[in-house]
Design a protein around this ligand. Structure first.
Ligand code: NDP
Ligand code: ZN
Length: 352
């Protein structure tokens, strides 16, 4: 089969590989559509997970099952499926402890294009098919379904980590495709005010449609000063972090009220330490939590998130700004995600 692979850090291209083998609990799936993620960019060009040779890229897809293992109960060839980017081993001790995303080791629930070949290929392998796949509702089209792989569960996980409550004022730092889903998730959880940080006009417009009420640019001076001005020096109850750097935690702590929580899903690619401002952290006693996590993955989450789309409470269309048809456009879509033109949120390639 053909797959689009990372050949080494900074180099990618099409390669030939054997079709993956299907174990008793597994499924082999062919993609109906794939989406490019900022994480693919980090993996390929920044060596975020270290050097990899001839590893097929991609972890966001919707697909059709072509083969299932002898022990798989709920899926059969021909089923159209949602596939989460994170596919844990559900019988692991980590999953039993409530941390499925770390099944087998820290972050090891992230298997596609990390510990095994990813989804930018004619066929890909899904471990623990009954635990990880979800049936794709008829009303969700395959291109939108890719957004359910990672953007929705990751953006929403920031909201879960920040533990957003009714009436909260929430700061969302970063409104790319992930942060936009944090805005949507915070609105669904009942936030009264959502302050969004980002500059791309297309993202600002989408954030408005998802429920953001105020906007600031990190390019117009320190985030904390702008937030304190907007809130009359009160600060915010919760912060979701889906953009920025190790430095971003400093303004986040500064604007957070005592008892507040920060939920980070941003990948921190450089810098050895995160600075926590001592005084604003209540000299160690401010009850300001900093939480960071990979999204949990798995079937139940996919089914529940899909039902939000089915019921019309979550619209995925604003996320997909660049839609291509055919594998021949995959590389163009990947390069777009690297270069982030101002009109881009998410590129998706439908495999016709
Ligand atoms: P984007 O690059 O599309 O968006 C980043 C956002 O952050 C933009 O709104 C950008 O603003 C803003 N931003 C950039 N620099 C700063 C800064 N210095 N201070 C504040 N805001 C800033 O990324 P994605 O939405 O695709 O992904 C966000 C992050 O989530 C990535 O690091 C990605 O790797 C990570 N990720 C994590 C996953 C997980 O499971 N934990 C899964 C998937 C992704 P502007 O409008 O100017 O571009
Ligand atoms: Zn992703």
């Amino acid at each position: 089969m053909k797959g689009y692979a990372m050949l080494r850090i900074g180099e990618s291209g099409w390669i030939e590989k054997d079709t993956p083998a299907c174990g008793p609990l597994d499924a082999i799936v062919k993609p109906l559509a794939v989406a490019i993620c900022t994480s693919d960019v980090h993996t390929l060009w920044e060596g975020a997970i270290g050097d990899r040779h001839n590893m097929i890229l991609g972890h966001e897809a919707s697909g059709e099952v072509v083969e299932v293992g002898s022990e798989v109960k709920d899926f059969k060839p021909g089923d159209r499926v949602l596939i989460p980017a994170i596919t844990p081993d559900w019988n692991s001790l980590e999953a039993q402890a409530g941390y499925s995303m770390h099944s087998g080791g820290m972050l090891a629930g992230w298997k596609f294009s990390n510990f095994k070949d990813g989804v930018f290929s004619e066929y890909f392998h899904v471990n623990d098919a009954d635990g990880n796949l979800a049936h794709m509702p008829e009303s969700i089209d395959p291109a939108d379904a890719c957004i359910l792989s990672d953007m929705v569960p990751t953006g929403f996980h920031a909201v879960e980590l920040a533990d957003v409550q009714f009436g909260d004022t929430v700061l969302v730092i970063g409104i790319g495709p992930v942060g936009l889903m944090s805005v949507a998730g915070a609105a669904l959880r009942g936030a009264s005010r959502i302050i969004a940080v980002g500059t791309r006009p297309v993202c600002v417009e989408a954030a408005k449609s998802y429920g953001a009420t105020d906007f600031i640019s990190y390019k117009n001076g320190p985030i904390d000063e702008q937030v304190m001005e907007l809130t009359g020096d009160k600060g915010v109850d919760r912060v979701c972090v889906a953009g920025g750097t190790v430095e971003t935690f400093e303004p986040a702590i500064k604007v957070l009220k005592p008892g507040g929580k920060i939920g980070n899903v941003n990948y921190l690619g450089s810098g050895d330490y995160i600075n926590i401002p001592r005084v604003e952290w209540g000299v160690g006693m401010g009850h300001k939590d900093i939480r960071g996590g990979l999204m949990p993955g798995g079937r139940l989450r996919m089914e529940k998130l899909a039902s939000l789309v089915e019921s019309g409470r979550l619209d995925l269309h604003p996320e997909v700004t660049h839609l291509f048809h055919g594998w021949e456009h995959l590389e163009e879509a990947l390069f777009l995600m690297r270069d982030k033109p101002v009109d881009l949120i998410k590129p998706v390639v439908v495999i016709d």
